[in-house]
Design a protein around this ligand. Sequence first.
Ligand SMILES: [Zn+2]
Length: 333
Amino acid sequence: MMVQTVTGPIPLERLGRTLMHEHLFIAFPGAEFDPTAKFDRAAFIEEAVRRLVQLRTEHGVRSFVDPCPIELGRDAAVMKEISEKSDMHIICTTGFYFEDMGLPVYWRARTVDEIAELYIREITHGIGETGIRAGAIKVATGAPVVTAMEKKFLAAACIAQKATGVPIITHTQDGCAGPEQQKLFAEGGVDAHRCLIGHCCGNADPAYHRQVVDGGSYIGFDRIGITRFQPDEVRADNLATLVKSGFRAQIMMSQDRHCGWLGKFPRQVSAEEQARIEQLRSQGRYPPPYTYMFTDFIPMLHAHGVNQADIASILEDNPRRFFAGEALPQAAP
Ligand SMILES: [Zn+2]
């Protein structure tokens, strides 16, 4: 069984230790017109390669999933170049962002079938004429509930998932609507274990996490180190609770970081949030280094009773099973 990377298909056994939700480059639609936005492409590639080589050589990471939405500056050719230079497997996705911060007007006007046709083409033929194929589908929804427009794109993702067999990786906003996504995937005929419900660590309530894993999906604790959304102590505590409750096989750990960014953030940041960012920055914690999950967070998990075998299984077995489409193992007694 094969998984599509930006340099071509590889056998699943070669995935190895995998970060399931990371980014190389982000540019919100319109940033390319901002004359104050400076971007040095060569310097960006050099920095991204440096970080990926460090993840590979110091922490054994072999694969890096970049679920960049189509309209957020996704650049498959750059991903391929970085993959080749860093010797890291990179998997990219097809699919758009959520209504509040994405969804180009052209595609909002298309039918479910037209959107599904685009997704299927990017998975089976390639992105544009690059020949680079998407290895998964991105679905994104906002808060507090999924909008009617987002439901249309989610329905298209369901059609593409069933037609191609690749899995779905989601974005949720503010720790909301994960169970609602699961219900919509079920209605679209997609098996729960083919879906990774992303950013669930944005919700501090263990009952929310329990609802997602009871629904049979993978659960993303994938913003590790982004402490302005959630303290990592809360993430570590909640992740350990899931492991102790027998749900180790459904957890995905990642950092949702980026190596390059064009322009400004397309949303006003409140004075309170800006102050928090400045405080973290003054402590050298914003942004944290790309290796933070390994150097800081995993030791926190150990302190909560999560052992090295648990970590190895979460980072290796779960991504492989997810891409393989295998059923979840029976929970340990
Ligand atoms: Zn992301």
